[in-house]
Design a protein around this ligand. Structure first.
Ligand SMILES: Nc1nc2c(c(=O)[nH]1)N[C@H]1C(S)=C(S)[C@@H](COP(=O)(O)O)O[C@H]1N2
Ligand SMILES: [Mo]
Length: 303
């Protein structure tokens, strides 16, 4: 990225509860600041949705994190058992500088920004989440991606003593995910380290988790400990469980139904049980940014 600024103004600064600025003035403020040379909010505005974010309690109490159980309230109840400090990410495979990168060293090197993204689970519920995080590309560039690399594989921590679901549930542990290199390097792809300017709670994937907003939520792997650059498409947990239902790409696509339910619409969490479902847009609404990555592909076959 040519222009990198430290984000100096965040959601918390522009929308304190008692001085709620409407979204138009948020955007206007962002461009005014951009002109003045303070880049942070302009960057945030460039990639963030202006939809109303979900409440902290919705984001942190309705979760999928099967390491702590399969119920939506299990992660909030059990993920406190996870030790997240110290934490390190092993970056290996086709990189110039393989090794163990401590979370502290990573944070010292990265520029954290706010990104307010739509988040669409394959189960057809959705939220709007104000993440704090850094671009995955910056982390990969720190390790130095070698020219032959084509894919990035990710793994979650394997620690059944603290993650009881790893002793029982059916997922092939450790939970693993993967992206094509160009997807991984895309500026929308972030490693999230916070929500609402607070450190990311354990149930949301502390201390750092992937967020790929145009793909179904299961691609956004939590509590990452390993990142491997490779020239072959990596195995991914949900694809291993059921390849017909969960493809490697898993781009949000209202035209390709899950074999057991429609993907044409979604339920926005927090809207109440009687709230109308909303239509699901192609690529979760990020088509302008990412459709070109899939030019020439048949997305009904490469789902
Ligand atoms: N390690 C790990 N990562 C995971 C999961 C999981 O079970 N284990 N669930 C995925 C699914 S299905 C979804 S929808 C999102 C949920 O993220 P959230 O709880 O922060 O909303 O995390 C994804 N990442
Ligand atoms: Mo999901």
């Amino acid at each position: 990225m040519a222009n990198r600024f430290k984000a100096t103004l965040t959601w918390g600064d522009v929308t304190p509860e008692h001085v709620f600025l409407n979204r138009r003035s948020f955007m206007a403020g962002a461009s005014a600041l951009a002109v003045s040379g303070i880049g942070g909010p302009a960057l945030a505005a460039k990639y963030s949705t202006d939809e109303e974010p979900n409440a902290w309690d919705e984001i942190t109490q309705y979760n999928n994190f099967y390491e702590f159980g399969t119920g939506k309230s299990d992660p909030a109840e059990y993920a406190g058992a996870l030790t997240t400090d110290p934490w390190a990410v092993e970056i290996d495979g086709m990189v110039d500088k393989p090794g163990s990168y401590s979370f502290k060293d990573i944070m010292a090197a990265m520029t954290v920004e706010e990104r307010i993204y739509r988040f669409r689970c394959v189960e057809a519920w959705s939220m709007v989440i104000p993440w704090n995080g850094f671009e995955l590309a910056d982390l990969l560039n720190m390790a130095g991606v070698q020219s032959g690399a084509k894919y990035v594989a990710f793994e979650t921590l394997l620690r059944p003593e603290e993650m009881w679901g790893q002793k029982r549930n059916f997922v092939p542990w450790p939970y693993r995910e993967g992206l094509r290199l160009d997807e991984a390097m895309h500026p929308l792809t972030i490693m999230a380290t916070g929500i609402y300017n607070k450190p990311i709670p354990n149930q949301n994937g502390a201390p750092l988790r992937l967020v790929v907003p145009w793909k179904y939520g299961f691609k956004s792997i939590k509590s990452v400990v390993k990142i491997t650059l490779t020239d072959t498409q990596p195995e991914t947990s949900w694809n291993m469980i059921n390849p017909r239902e969960y493809g490697f790409y898993s781009n949000v696509n209202p035209n390709v139904d899950h074999p057991r339910w429609s993907q044409a619409s979604e339920r926005r969490v927090g809207g109440g049980l009687l709230a109308k479902r909303i239509p699901t847009p192609m690529f979760n609404g990020y088509g302008d940014e990412v459709a070109s990555l899939y030019e020439g592909m048949d997305l009904t076959q490469d789902y």
